[in-house]
Design a protein around this ligand. Structure first.
Ligand code: PMP
Length: 390
C-alpha cells in the first residue's frame, strides 16, 4: 500500500525559504554564479570562547543525557537574567522547538492563533501541525508592518488561544515601541483567555531602543511565553539552542512534549550557550553595529532600484521592500511577488524570498546576514536586471 501522510500534515511542505535555497544551490551546481540573499543565517563565526567552552564540556565528560528541560546551570542563568525562577525556563533544540512545544502543549483542534503578517513562515505551519487555525492579520508597510489595537480587538474570538508577537520581526525588522505594546496589552486586558507568545530572538540585533514585551506589559506575564535563543546574535544557528520563559505550568506541559520528542537539548551545545549568554556585551554591540552598516547599504541599494520601495528596518537582519509597482495590477511586468523572485533568480542570479511566504504578498525579503561584498554584488545585479527589464 502507498504511503499515506497524516492529515495533520495537509498543506505542510518544506518551507519556501528552504526550497529557494535549494534551487539556488542547484543553479550553482550547474555552474551559475548565484548570490544568495535568502537565508537568515549570519556569516560571522561562532565566538571562539563559545567553541572553547564546548570543547571543554566534551572533554569533561558532559556527554550524558541532559535533564529534559535543560541543564540547571544554563536554566539558572537564563532565569537570573530574566528575573524569574528556574521552573519558568525550558531549554530546547532551537527557538523553533520552543514554539512547537508551546503549540503542541496548548492547542486543541480549531483553536485560533493570531499572527500579524508579515510573520516568520514557520508560525503558521507549526500552528496547523498542532491542530490550530492561524488567523492572519495583514499589517501593511503603511502601518510599519505592525499590528494595530483595533485589528487585534476585531480578531479575538472565544477560540483565540495565542497572539504571536515577534519583535524585532522576521521578515520586516519592525520593533514595537513600549507604547505600542501597552496599547495591545490594553486590548488583551479585556480578553483574559488570550495568551501572548513574544518571540524576541532578534532582541540583541536592535538598531533602535528595544523594549521587551514583558517589560512593557508586566500585567501579562502570567499568560506570556517569551522565546529567545543563541542562533542569531551569537551566530550559533547550528548549535540548536533556544529557550522559553513563562508560567511554570506551561513550561511543565512543554517539557512533557519535549520529553517524548527529543528529550533534553544537546548537552555540549547547552554548555556552549552558557558561555555565549555570559559573554562581554561589547561582542554583541560590535556585531549589532556591523549589521546596522549592512542595513544602511541595503536600504540605499534597494531604493535605487526602479519600482522598489524600502523603509529602514529597526532590527534583525532583513529588509522587506515593496515590489508592488513592478507587478501586473500596477501595470508592471510581473504577475506577483513569487514570479518576480523567480525571475530575479534566473535573470540576475540573486536568491530572494517572496512576501507571500510571510503572509504579505507584494513584497520580498532580502537577508543581509551576508558579507558586505556579497550584499553589494546582489544589489548591483538586481538593479541592472530590473533596469534592463523596464
Ligand atoms: N523565531 C524567529 C522569528 C526566527 O526567525 C527563527 C529562525 N529563523 C526562529 C524563531 C528559530 O530559531 P532557532 O534557529 O533557534 O530554531
Amino acid at each position: 500500500m502507498l504511503f499515506q501522510r497524516a492529515e495533520r500534515l495537509n498543506g505542510i511542505e518544506l518551507s519556501e525559504i528552504v526550497q529557494i535555497s535549494e534551487a539556488a544551490a542547484r543553479l550553482r551546481a550547474d555552474g551559475r554564479d548565484i548570490v544568495a540573499l535568502s537565508t537568515g543565517e549570519p556569516d560571522l563565526p561562532t565566538p571562539p570562547h563559545v567553541v572553547e567552552a564546548a570543547h571543554a564540556a566534551a572533554q569533561d565528560g558532559k556527554t550524558k543525557y541532559p535533564p529534559t528541560a535543560g541543564i540547571p546551570d544554563l536554566r539558572t542563568e537564563i532565569a537570573r537574567q530574566a528575573r524569574v525562577e528556574m521552573a519558568q525556563v525550558i531549554v530546547s533544540t532551537g527557538a523553533k522547538q520552543v514554539i512547537a512545544n508551546a503549540m503542541l502543549a496548548s492547542l486543541n483542534p480549531g483553536d485560533e492563533v493570531i499572527m500579524p503578517a508579515p510573520y516568520w513562515t514557520s508560525y503558521s505551519d507549526i500552528v496547523r501541525m498542532a491542530g490550530g487555525t492561524p488567523i492572519v492579520l495583514p499589517c501593511p508597510m503603511e502601518q510599519g508592518f505592525k499590528l494595530l489595537p483595533e485589528q487585534l480587538e476585531a480578531a479575538i474570538t472565544p477560540r483565540t488561544r495565542w497572539l504571536m508577537l515577534n519583535t524585532p520581526s522576521n521578515p520586516s525588522g519592525a520593533i514595537y515601541t513600549k507604547d505600542e505594546i501597552a496599547s495591545l496589552a490594553t486590548v488583551l486586558a479585556q480578553h483574559p483567555h488570550v495568551w501572548v507568545l513574544a518571540d524576541e530572538i532578534y532582541q540583541r540585533l536592535s538598531f533602535v531602543p528595544f523594549t521587551s514585551v514583558a517589560e512593557a506589559a508586566p500585567e501579562l506575564v502570567g499568560r506570556m511565553l517569551v522565546v529567545n535563543g543563541v542562533a542569531k546574535a551569537w551566530s550559533m544557528t547550528g548549535w540548536r539552542i533556544g529557550w522559553g520563559i513563562g508560567p511554570a505550568e506551561l513550561i511543565k506541559a512543554m517539557a512533557a512534549v519535549q520529553g517524548q520528542v527529543t528529550s533534553g537539548a544537546c548537552s555540549i551545545s547547552q554548555w556552549a550557550s552558557l558561555a555565549a549568554i555570559t559573554c562581554d556585551p561589547k561582542l554583541l554591540e560590535e556585531r549589532r553595529d556591523l549589521f546596522a552598516q549592512r542595513r544602511d547599504l541595503v536600504v540605499a541599494g534597494l531604493n535605487a532600484v526602479p519600482g522598489l520601495r524600502c523603509d529602514a528596518p529597526d532590527g534583525a537582519f532583513y529588509a522587506f521592500p515593496s515590489c508592488a509597482e513592478l507587478l501586473a495590477d500596477h501595470g508592471g511586468p510581473f504577475k506577483n511577488d513569487a514570479d518576480f523572485c523567480g525571475w530575479v533568480l534566473e535573470e540576475a542570479g540573486v536568491a530572494l524570498v517572496p512576501g507571500r511566504s510571510f503572509g504579505l504578498p507584494g513584497h520580498f525579503r532580502l537577508s543581509f546576514a551576508y558579507a558586505q561584498d556579497t550584499i553589494a554584488a546582489g544589489l548591483e545585479r538586481l538593479k541592472s536586471a530590473v533596469e534592463r527589464k523596464l
